[in-house]
Design a protein around this ligand. Structure first.
Ligand code: TYD
Ligand code: MG
Length: 455
């Protein structure tokens, strides 16, 4: 860029600002993420802002709150992730890879909201009206209360929002929106930040619930949603394998509810469909009487989820054994294999091991440890574990099986899906009611071998 102009360098990943170019961002440790952008400083003309009568610090007990007003999105899965529905005047960011289904989800939310009598404005900077209509035709029939507007100029959008005053609005996507006064290109850190700031103000002052779509971009000049995370009220990430049909909506930040909640959806011909019982979905197509397969119970947010863990342990042909972990933490798998080698004397060093959480979901909860260990032993010894058995528990370095939280919920979920035996940490067994299921408490991995041997 030309000399003499006021420029600064921004990290594309986290928005860190620096006056010089840096190879590595000191804030997020990302390499080669700095881009130069123009910054325009506005002159305040030397006037100082003055405190007016109303605007003073107030005592905390004098502040009145009202129960925040929430509207249902028509998707129970989304409502739960949002903490019970859309809070009016909130700003929500939905991030995700391109093509994952963000526009589809939001268009369906628009349909549900307008069907419930709300007025919604869908602003698209990416697609033409015809393209949106084509997608809408796949989803169903819409009410006239949904209005579409194709625009990328921030000031135009601001005017439209202020004159139309819808109950909710969707901005698809933030990376296409630009403000004429900001010199850098649409999608750059300063543009994206400026636009988000404006939307935040509109949301709060006009009481419009606004959803912003943000594409996750690893490479390229476009600033990702991470830059905005701290500016918005709620951050949701839409993830999943593009080749598999299920999608997971994960709450990362929520000023109006808890995070860690997930919602599960499935992409079908008519848009997204909720998956009310993900455990059943995850266990679809499970092999029968196969060694190295076991069902484990993990907790995502407040809800238990069963997943099949598969392990394949076979003799290595090279000096260096190969290990892979799909759907779970690779280092954790290595650690558990070291525990098995040391505590149970299994010669894992001579074997390749492949561990997979079937169903394509990524689960990194410590409670999965015992499942991984069992699957590994089962494959190593080529022993089949009874397929009505479920397992959960954390494994420590000494081979001890440690307590996990929410044991009762896990047992209940297993019962619900027809399992009849639950292998769990002995310390978590106190007070657990499992009338229809046999509970087997274990203290360490030695007990485990006794349990599988019997079958
Ligand atoms: P889209 O919502 O456009 O993704 P994003 O906005 O996150 O980029 O979703 C695009 C994908 O979803 C596309 O590959 C087609 C698929 N899809 C279906 O399978 N069924 C449907 O009913 C719709 C509307 C889309
Ligand atoms: Mg889209």
């Amino acid at each position: 860029m030309a000399k003499g102009k006021n420029t600064a360098f921004f990290c594309k990943e986290c928005g860190y600002e620096s006056s010089k170019w840096l190879g590595q961002c000191p804030a997020c440790r990302e390499w080669n993420s700095f881009v130069e952008e123009l910054v325009v400083k506005t002159e305040s003309g030397g006037r100082k802002p003055l405190l007016s009568g109303e605007h003073r610090p107030e005592s905390i007990n004098q502040i009145k709150t009202s129960e925040e007003e929430r509207s249902k999105t028509g998707f129970a899965e989304l409502d739960r992730v949002l903490g019970g529905g859309i809070v009016s005047g909130s700003l929500t960011l939905i991030g995700g890879d391109p093509g994952i289904g963000k526009s589809t989800l939001l268009l369906q939310v628009c349909k549900n909201l307008t069907d419930a009598g709300k007025r919604v404005l869908y602003i698209s900077g990416e697609e033409s009206l015809q393209q949106i209509k084509l997608r809408a035709d796949r989803i169903g029939t819409f009410s006239d209360r949904l209005q579409l507007f194709c625009e990328t100029n921030l000031e135009m959008i601001e005017q439209v929002l202020k004159t139309e005053k819808p109950d909710a609005a969707v901005i698809d996507s933030i990376q296409t929106i630009f403000h004429g006064d900001v010199a850098s290109a649409p999608g750059s850190v300063s543009q994206v930040r400026e636009s988000t700031n404006v939307f935040m103000q509109i949301a709060k002052t006009q009481n419009i619930s606004i959803f912003i779509v943000g594409h996750v971009t690893k490479e390229g000049v476009v600033a990702g949603p991470r830059v905005l995370e701290h500016m918005v009220d709620t951050v949701l990430y839409f993830e999943g394998d593009r080749h598999a049909s299920y999608r997971i909506l994960r709450g990362v930040k929520n000023r109006f509810g808890s995070t860690n909640e997930i919602g599960v959806f499935e992409m079908c011909g008519e848009g997204l469909r909720e998956v009310k019982n993900p455990s059943e979905y995850m266990l679809n197509g499970r092999p029968e009487h196969a060694s190295g397969s076991i069902v484990a119970c993990a907790i995502e947010g407040t809800r238990p989820m069963l997943a099949e863990i598969q392990a394949l342990v076979c003799r290595t042909n090279f000096g260096m054994p190969r290990r892979t972990a799909a759907g779970t933490d690779y280092n954790r798998v290595n650690l558990l294999m070291a525990v098995l080698e040391k505590r149970l004397g299994l010669k894992m060093g001579e074997y390749d091991a492949y561990v997979n959480v079937a169903g394509g979901m990524r689960i990194v909860e410590p409670a999965l440890d015992l499942g991984i260990v069992l699957a590994l032993i089962s494959s190593y010894r080529d022993l089949v574990i009874d397929d009505k058995t479920i397992v959960f528990g954390e494994v420590g370095l000494a081979g001890e099986v440690r307590a996990v939280n929410m044991a009762q919920q896990r047992v209940n979920e297993a019962e619900k899906l027809g399992f009849n035996r639950c292998i769990m940490p002995e310390v978590s067994m106190k007070g657990i009611d499992g009338s229809k299921i046999q509970l087997v408490g274990i203290k360490n991995v030695f007990d485990l071998t006794n349990i599988i041997m019997k079958h």
